[in-house]
Design a binder for this molecule. Structure first.
Ligand SMILES: *Cc1c(COP(=O)(O)O)cnc(C)c1O
Length: 395
């Protein structure tokens, strides 16, 4: 048979996460690659899911999501951000943020439309845009004074006559940047001027550090009416396997996204929805504890990576640290990531795979710190052996 995969998906082979996780398993390495926590979410919330199953919530929930969860989301938006969304019509529950993103792009972008993305970007963005037959227009985040940011001129220059949407992610994976009000205003101005939709991935909304505040794009003047705001329980409550997410948007946009979503998965899983509704109401204290513990883990990993010889960028949010490998004598992150198990018994993610132009991120490697302290300590102890190892340029 000829290559069975459709042409528009051929550039997306196995994801680097799958490759690196398989490498970690095969070599018995510590996996600081894929960003999943190694401890569970709040146990009363887990219990709610079990109870829901035992209690018989095992058939199709309503298409937009269980009313309990939509109501809890509406209350949470109002309380935290002062954003009012009608649980009947302006909130849609999805199978994680991944489905929310794909359904949004598929619903809102015609074939040939352009979507602006900030690179390095979360890997599913590029695939969702390709599935829609749309075209991505990257705007690059570059380190300025220790923090990744974009040049507003570059953003403005990326807009063309076919631009339909801007895909925004703050707090940003993989750089850890939390967009400031100024940065968000620059995005909002471009959206208003060119009548663009903003698809805003805010799955790390609760995971910001050092008192840095997450500002939802929809709270900026004129943005609520044109923003699809995406959240997920996975990162907030350390239940990445639950795949429960939601969008909040004006009814017209929600209707469009739901039209696609109903034929991707029809509805999202019932028991988890009920448990997440409970989590949003009762477990935000637990989330605050998670945030504090992650801040400490971030400092622990950063200190260890610096001592091991990496140049380290301090993330204001998410659970990833971005490093520059050049001080260690290495130049290619993909090459280093593939050799890291053998050199140090650790697995990380080469950031270059998140770029349209990989050369711009060639020397960056991402490490996750949502891991037990003893795992982080062991990983940095192992990484300290890197100094003095033959670098790629010496091979
Ligand atoms: C983890 C992650 C997602 C996916 O969230 P799910 O709810 O697991 O589908 C989306 N965007 C970013 C930036 C992520 O890090």
């Amino acid at each position: 048979m000829n290559e069975p995969l459709v042409g528009r998906m051929r550039e997306f082979g196995t994801t680097v996460f799958a490759e690196m996780t398989a490498l970690a398993v095969r070599t018995g390495s510590i996996n600081l690659g894929q960003g999943f926590p190694d401890t569970d979410g709040p146990s009363p919330m887990l219990e709610r899911a079990v109870e829901a199953i035992r209690g018989g919530l095992n058939q199709y929930p309503p298409g937009p999501g269980l009313p309990e969860l939509r109501q809890a989301v509406a209350e949470h938006r109002k309380e935290h951000y002062g954003l009012v969304y009608d649980p009947d019509g302006e909130i849609l529950v999805t199978l994680g943020a991944t489905e929310a993103l794909a359904a949004s792009v598929l619903a809102l972008c015609e074939s040939g439309d352009e979507v602006i993305v900030f690179e390095p970007y979360y890997d599913s963005y590029a695939a969702a845009i390709s599935l829609a037959g749309a075209v991505r227009r990257p705007v690059t985040l570059r380190p300025v004074e220790g923090r990744f940011t974009f040049d507003p001129d570059e953003l403005r220059a990326a807009v063309g006559p076919r631009t339909r949407a801007v895909l925004v992610n703050s707090p940003h994976n993989p750089t850890g940047t939390v967009f400031t009000r100024d940065e968000l205003s620059a995005i909002a101005a471009v959206c208003a001027e060119h009548d663009l939709v903003a698809i805003s991935d805010e799955v790390y909304e609760h995971l910001t550090f050092d008192g840095v505040e997450h500002i939802p794009l929809a709270t900026l003047p004129g943005m609520r009416e044109r923003t699809v705001m995406i959240s997920s329980a996975g990162k907030t409550f350390s239940v990445t396997g639950w795949k429960t997410g939601w969008i909040c948007a004006p009814a017209e946009l929600v209707r469009a996204v739901q039209t696609v979503k109903q034929f991707l998965t029809f509805t999202a899983n019932g028991p988890w929805q009920l448990a997440v509704a409970y989590g949003l109401r009762e477990e935000l204290g637990w989330v605050a504890g998670l945030r504090d513990s992650l801040a400490t883990k971030r400092d622990r990993l950063m200190a260890g990576l610096s001592a091991a010889g990496f140049a380290v960028y301090r993330p204001a949010g998410t659970y990833f640290v971005q490093t520059d490998i050049r001080p260690l004598g290495f130049t290619d992150g993909l090459d280093l990531a593939r050799r890291l198990p053998e050199l140090a018994g650790v697995v990380a993610i080469p950031t270059q795979v998140f770029y349209d132009r990989p050369e711009l991120g060639r020397h960056f490697v991402r490490f996750a710190f949502c891991k037990k302290d003893e795992i982080i300590d062991e990983a940095v102890a192992r990484l300290s052996r890197l100094q003095g190892k033959p670098a790629d340029s010496d091979l």
